[in-house]
Design a protein around this ligand. Structure first.
Ligand code: TYD
Length: 207
């Protein structure tokens, strides 16, 4: 893994997609090359797995099945695409990654960090991100700003309790890995948040 591997994390509605878009524009403007992908998904097979996971008709899906599908989609993306990119020294940016599994499946669904770490050992041992940008905004504030949850998305329909568990999970993860986690206060304007992200990535010589 020669290239830098940066992931973005946060609860629903914190403006993660918007921030990744702004970062993309910044990198393009400054002629910095990168490979941008997302999880779950990022490859044909992983996108198919994504559709199964997020399908609101799959109400019978068990928590363990869900966790294993995320892990499967992840391994496929790593082996099929990201391994080569990183070996070639490329900057790889991923919208969500293994910390989403730890926060959502481990903490919020209650499967436990041990179980989720075990099924994600391949990613954790071989492809741990150099830095994880965590957009810090509580679910209450995020939903307020966004104006409610998306109807078609099975996960966004989970209640506020679930999202609070996700949020607290992230805070625990950030506390336990201060070197890797870049915690960004996302309560300000999108420009303010963007500037903070750029500043932190520059400070660490990522860009
Ligand atoms: P998406 O629509 O991409 O949400 P967002 O814009 O918030 O990233 O859906 C991804 C959903 O999958 C999101 O609710 C978080 C969840 N997720 C997990 O629960 N575990 C995981 O390992 C990953 C990668 C995502």
């Amino acid at each position: 893994m020669k290239g830098k591997f940066i992931t973005f994390e946060g609860c629903e509605g914190v403006g993660k997609s918007r921030q990744i878009k702004l970062l993309q524009e910044y990198l393009d403007k400054h002629g910095i090359s990168y490979y941008l992908t997302r999880e779950p998904g990022g490859s044909l097979i992983s996108e198919k797995i994504r559709n199964i996971i997020l399908d609101s008709e799959n109400k019978k899906m068990t928590d363990a099945c869900e966790a294993l599908l995320y892990a499967a989609a992840r391994v496929q993306l790593l082996d099929e695409i990201l391994k080569e990119k990183l070996d070639n020294g490329e900057l790889v940016i991923c919208d969500r990654y293994v910390d989403s599994s730890l926060a959502y499946q481990g903490y919020a669904r209650g499967l436990g960090v041990d179980f989720v770490s075990k099924i994600n050992a391949y990613a954790l041992e071989n492809f741990l991100p150099d830095y994880t940008v965590f957009l810090n905004l509580s679910p209450k504030d995020a939903f307020k700003r966004k104006g409610g949850a998306d109807k078609g998305d099975r996960l966004e329909q989970s209640g506020i309790d679930f999202h609070n568990k996700v949020y607290n999970g992230y805070l625990e993860l950030a506390k336990s890995d201060k070197e890797r986690y870049i915690v960004i206060d996302a309560s300000g304007t999108k420009e303010e948040t963007h500037n903070k992200i750029i500043e932190e990535l520059e400070k660490r010589h990522v860009i």
